[in-house]
Design a protein around this ligand. Structure first.
Ligand SMILES: Cc1cc2nc3c(=O)[nH]c(=O)nc-3n(C[C@H](O)[C@H](O)[C@H](O)COP(=O)(O)OP(=O)(O)OC[C@H]3O[C@@H](n4cnc5c(N)ncnc54)[C@H](O)[C@@H]3O)c2cc1C
Length: 382
């Protein structure tokens, strides 16, 4: 049987991706600059994302979701990132981390309680990092102490995407610091849980419209039934969801680079120097050809990792490679875009300046490039 190309999409996947991209062009593009400047997503846009069906992609239909695949999440994140990678973060965290964690690790009660809310109108956030624990995530210090039929959480989380808009948080805390990673436990925490407050909102280089905040837990009461997975097994929840999350970041990076390349190709066909379009210079053509090749290779890594995940096959190394390569590719491609716009690439009146800033985060969150290299090296060297 002839195998289709790695980047082939089914009819349904293509229609889905095109509808998300069309929405992004129509509804998001006009808001991009203002959202970046004000560092805020309008609540009406969040509602529209729910209506569009991109906030509940893998939630089964019986819980009000779309019942689609992980690959659909990748397509949605890619299509949104072509227009605004900051909006894509909200969709990415919701699907690849929060819903994914609940689907894989939630018992019947948790799934029935929270998936319908996430499907309808509740934004989710994923709280692992702290001021003192980033790459070394399992050295986290947030404590959970059992009291009656509740757990009391105390500590601070940092860098939490979606924190401002979220109604639900997946929070990692330790029930026994002496046990190391075996003390880590995942909890489902509602926004109005007593003792939870949102702290400082970060003022960022890129993806500025996406909220990134501190979370403060001051004897925050969480019902015992809201433990996600088993007590002491939170490290597994984190490791497994982040493996999938990394493919989502890869999707964000390829969408972002595609957006930058689209703008650049249009620009070089318009801009004239030395009496001709700059697209007619072979040096420029070759730079764009190289960027397009870089992007195609990156897309294949992302799609392959996502297809492996949907097929239930191992994808750990592939996901790490996809995140590593796509985030470096996005920096290269957006940097070229700025160069080819010349001085206009350096100012906010043109779109590539923002995409260049947005690209940087890909090498930092959900495991820095050095951490991805570590994962890949472990597999290939042993
Ligand atoms: C905009 C944004 C959004 C985020 N969203 C979330 C979120 O929603 N939820 C969440 O839990 N976290 C989130 N994070 C946190 C993010 O995952 C961490 O910032 C990231 O994991 C890196 O941790 P760190 O900042 O503590 O850096 P560090 O771990 O201190 O790393 C600093 C440098 O040291 C290097 N390094 C560290 N250890 C090693 C090693 N063993 N070998 C080689 N090099 C090493 C790193 O590669 C890096 O270059 C977000 C961060 C940002 C900036």
């Amino acid at each position: 049987m002839t195998q289709p190309a790695l980047t082939s999409l089914s009819e349904d996947e293509r229609l889905f991706r095109d509808s998300v991209y069309e929405f992004a062009n129509r509804e998001i593009r006009p808001l991009v600059r203002e959202m970046d400047e004000r560092a805020k997503i309008p609540p009406a846009l969040v509602e529209q994302l729910f209506e569009l069906g991109v906030m509940n992609i893998e939630i089964p239909e019986e819980f009000g979701g779309s019942g689609a695949s992980f690959f659909h999440s990748v397509l949605a994140v890619e299509a949104l990132s072509r227009v605004d990678p900051a909006i894509a973060v909200m969709v990415d965290v919701q699907n690849t981390l929060v819903i994914n964690a609940l689907q894989c690790w939630g018992n019947d009660l948790l799934r029935r309680t929270y998936l319908p809310r996430l499907a309808k109108n509740t934004v989710g956030a994923y709280a692992l990092s702290e001021a003192g624990s980033g790459s070394d995530a399992f050295s986290l210090a947030t404590r959970a102490v059992e009291r009656g039929d509740s757990w009391m959480l105390s500590g601070r989380k940092m860098w939490i995407s979606n924190a401002l808009e979220a109604g639900l948080f997946i929070v990692f805390a330790t029930v026994d610091p002496a046990a190391g990673y075996r003390g880590i436990t995942a909890f489902v925490v509602e926004r109005n849980a007593p003792g939870l407050s949102i702290g400082k909102k970060e003022d960022k280089l890129g993806i500025r419209a996406s909220s990134t905040c501190e979370l403060i837990f001051d004897d925050c009461r969480v019902p015992a039934r809201n433990v996600l997975g088993d007590v002491g097994k939170g490290y597994k929840v984190a490791i497994e969801t982040l493996n999938e999350g990394r493919i989502g970041i890869g999707a964000q990076m390829i969408g972002l680079a595609q957006g930058a390349l689209d703008h650049t190709i249009a620009y070089v066909k318009e801009r004239k120097q030395f009496g001709q379009h700059i697209s007619e210079f072979q040096a420029v053509q070759h730079q764009i050809a190289r960027a397009a090749t870089d992007l195609e290779a990156a897309r294949m890594l992302v799609y392959n990792a996502a297809r492996l995940r949907d097929a239930g096959q191992p994808f750990l190394t592939e996901a790490a490679m996809a995140k590593l390569f796509t985030s470096e590719m996005a920096e290269r491609v957006t940097s070229l875009a700025v160069n080819l716009y010349g001085g206009y690439g350096f100012v906010k009146d043109y779109p590539v300046e923002k995409l260049y800033r947005d690209a940087k985060i890909g090498q930092i969150y959900e495991g820095t490039s050095n951490l991805q290299l570590q994962t890949i090296a472990k597999r290939v060297i042993g």
